[in-house]
Ligand binder design. Structure first.
Ligand SMILES: O=C(O)[C@H](O)COP(=O)(O)O
Length: 330
């Protein structure tokens, strides 16, 4: 089932994005998706809310937002990479995690490194992660693999002092940095009184159907927790207010987050219904690429590793970027 639905996703992507370098891949695709998984063309509101983080962005020289006076590159396209964090210590123990801040396992570390190899030829100008360490570890480990070798630097916004104390005084060093912005809005959905409970034991106690409803229904929250709908409200609002302006400005964005915060963003990008999102499952550590062009999101599938035969859904400008890296580093 995974292979066939994934194939569906990529075949759909092909019909939207056919180009000379597109090749469908049926393996290693982390998104076990739904019937209508590739309706990625959606016009987003391009009138962007004011960017409350503009001062926070300054130390690591964040890309300018449209509000700050930069001219959006109208004809350009931007890459948007989504990665669910690698396996965490509580994933391994089959515990409900939610907003509990648990680190990666060694396997999760490997998954993050593997994810990094898969995106090592795709440009990244700014990284967004949740405020949880498993997403941040994933983002950092993945970026260690990037061929451009820019340094990901966490932007600290806790206080005016942390902003001031993390200032970088070299323009050249700033150019070789990638700002990493952490946002609680991208956190995993809060699992309420299930956090820390074993998933299997909870199913044995409350019944499989009840637990499935808590885990996968759209609008039924677990006891004192967030439903997917509630999680989507804050994650998608953040995406529209803070991340879309970067894409509009021509910046390439990576988001490292969680199963449910990413499911809600994908629901928005692919225009999935609340019924369809129920069967959307994301694997840990598998990146998924979208292209943002002319106000639309186009799903391009999951990038292949550099040593794997064949090319994935490169667009012309991504192929040019890869060529530039080849020229720089060979
Ligand atoms: O929070 C958790 O336990 C997991 O990251 C996601 O769990 P789920 O697959 O039950 O939504």
């Amino acid at each position: 089932m995974a292979a066939s639905t994934s194939q569906h996703a990529l075949v759909s992507a092909k019909s939207l994005c056919a180009g000379p370098s597109f090749e469908t891949r049926t393996s290693k695709v982390g998104f076990v998706s739904v019937r209508r998984c590739c309706l990625g063309a959606r016009k987003l509101g391009l009138v962007c809310a004011s960017n409350s983080q503009s001062s926070v962005m300054e130390p690591a020289q964040l890309p300018l937002s449209p509000q700050s006076g930069s001219t959006p590159k109208k004809s350009s396209e931007s890459a948007l990479i989504l990665i669910r964090h690698g396996e965490s210590l509580w994933n391994e123990k089959n515990l409900f995690t939610g907003c509990v801040d648990v680190p990666l396992t060694p396997k999760g570390v490997d998954e993050a490194i593997e994810a990094g190899k898969r995106i090592c030829n795709i440009p990244v100008d700014v990284i967004y992660t949740s405020s949880l360490i498993r997403a941040q570890m994933t983002a950092m480990l993945a970026m260690m693999q990037h061929r451009r070798k820019k340094v990901p630097i966490v932007v600290h916004s806790e206080s005016e002092q942390s902003h001031r104390w993390s200032k970088i005084y070299s323009e050249e060093t700033k150019k070789q940095s990638i700002p990493v912005i952490t946002a609680w809005q991208l956190n995993e959905r809060m699992y309420g009184e299930l956090q820390g409970l074993n998933k299997q034991e909870t199913a044995d106690r409350f019944g499989k159907e009840q637990v499935h409803e808590w885990r996968r229904s759209y609008d039924i929250p677990p006891p004192n927790g967030e439903s997917l709908e509630m999680c989507a409200e804050r994650a998608v609002a953040y995406f529209k207010d803070q991340i879309v302006p970067q894409l509009v400005a021509g910046k390439h964005v990576m988001i490292a987050a969680h199963g449910n915060s990413l499911r809600s963003i994908i629901m928005h990008l692919d225009k999935l219904t609340s019924q369809e999102v129920i069967s959307l499952e994301l694997s840990t550590g598998i990146p998924m690429l979208y292209i943002f062009k002319e106000g639309k999101f186009i799903r391009r599938g999951s990038p292949a590793g550099p040593s794997e035969a064949g090319v994935y859904a490169y667009t012309r400008s991504l192929a040019q970027y890869r060529q530039k890296l080849d020229n720089m580093f060979q």
